[in-house]
Design a protein around this ligand. Structure first.
Ligand code: NAI
Length: 329
């Protein structure tokens, strides 16, 4: 099927070209937006990523150009107006699971990096500074970890932290029985936050979870606790987190996602004057570690993303049931 591929990165071409044998993929560097939707005219499908905006206006323009399917090469679909898609007669499919281990392990990398100050140690040693002054961390063994959202990624994260010898508390709408059997304790959020030395977010971004970490919930957290977000930027009210870092209420912040990331992430901005003062302030804290949405970025995940996305295109083209469809409820 002729498919307009938006927000293309070099690695997308590598993996999609490796596994694509039957579709005409037209790669565009530009993100999908109201301005660029016209590029998909004449295509049956578009392939989009996490920061492409798939609003009603965009969907109407895609529909006018003949698009019948949006395939998301990601798990989250908070950037799609599903009601509008239904009204426009456009189906939406995603990659529900690729490698939950990839994201969970990246969250653990942020925990370990922040705790043992690997980012600082790396730079120090390269400059011939072998002093250990202020590089001290804490044992993970015996600490309490709070996990918000225990779906595929949250479950992997819980199991890894259990392996470190942590006490793991969880908050989710539905308790995972297997995790409970493994010793994970489910608690209401207000009871979990005051006990956790580390809080890690693994729930999707929805109307209910937007700013689930805000000035109020930050105050419920243990003073000096660590917050990790590898899910979606808007789960955290970044300005509130910044204030909490300034007072020391928040001891560490590790983020792979950022509320305004669509203006920054996935591009080399090193020669530009970055206009986002919030991220620049955050980057100035010694106890903040930011990565640019790379949780999914492993060989296994990229392979699975390409295969599943191409499979979604194929199923639609052949009129088979679209197993990975997401629809408005
Ligand atoms: P999942 O659907 O398997 O699990 C999500 C869990 O969150 C479910 O158990 C659900 O019940 C729970 N949940 C939903 N609403 C909630 C609420 N209001 N309060 C508490 N829990 C709630 O999703 P999966 O695969 O584990 O992914 C989680 C998120 O990770 C995705 O939505 C996406 O935003 C993010 N992600 C980030 C990536 C990265 O590269 N950094 C890559 C892939 C996903």
């Amino acid at each position: 099927m002729k498919t307009a591929f938006f927000s293309t990165q070099p690695y997308d071409k590598t993996y999609f070209d490796r596994f694509n044998h039957s579709h005409q993929l037209i790669y565009f560097d530009a993100p999908l937006s109201a301005e660029t939707a016209v590029l998909a005219a004449g295509c049956g499908a578009v392939c989009a990523f996490v920061n492409d905006i798939i609003s009603e206006e965009v969907l109407q323009k895609l529909s006018a150009g003949g698009v019948k399917l949006v395939v998301l090469r990601c798990a989250g679909y908070n950037n799609v107006d599903l009601m509008a898609a239904a009204r426009c007669g456009i189906k939406v499919a995603r990659v529900p699971a690729y490698s939950p281990h990839a994201v969970a392990e990246h969250a653990v990398a942020l925990v370990l990096g922040l705790n043992r100050k690997i980012h600082k140690a790396y730079n120090r040693v390269r400059e011939g500074n072998f002093s250990l002054d202020r590089l001290n961390g804490f044992d993970l063994f015996g600490k309490t970890v709070g996990v918000i959202g225990t779906g595929k990624i949250g479950e992997c994260f819980c199991r890894i932290m259990k392996g470190f010898g942590c006490r793991v508390l969880a908050f989710d709408l539905i308790a995972n029985k297997e995790l409970e059997a493994a010793g994970v304790e489910y608690l209401p959020l207000v009871d979990l936050l005051p006990q956790a030395d580390i809080v890690s977010l693994h729930c999707p971004l929805t109307a209910q979870t937007r700013h689930i970490v805000d000035e109020h919930t930050l105050l419920l957290m243990k003073k000096g606790a660590m917050l990790i977000n590898t899910s979606r930027g808007a789960l955290v009210d970044t300005k509130a987190a910044l204030e909490a870092l300034k007072t020391g209420q928040l001891g560490y912040l590790g983020i792979d996602v950022y509320e305004q990331e669509e203006h920054l992430f996935f591009h080399n901005r090193s020669e530009e004057i970055i206009q986002d003062d919030v991220i620049m302030r955050l980057l100035g804290f010694p106890n903040v570690l930011v990565t640019a949405h790379q949780g999914f970025f492993t060989e296994e995940a990229l392979t699975q993303i390409a295969r599943t996305t191409l499979g979604n295109l194929e199923a639609f083209e052949e009129g088979k049931s679209l197993l990975n469809e997401v629809a408005a409820v």
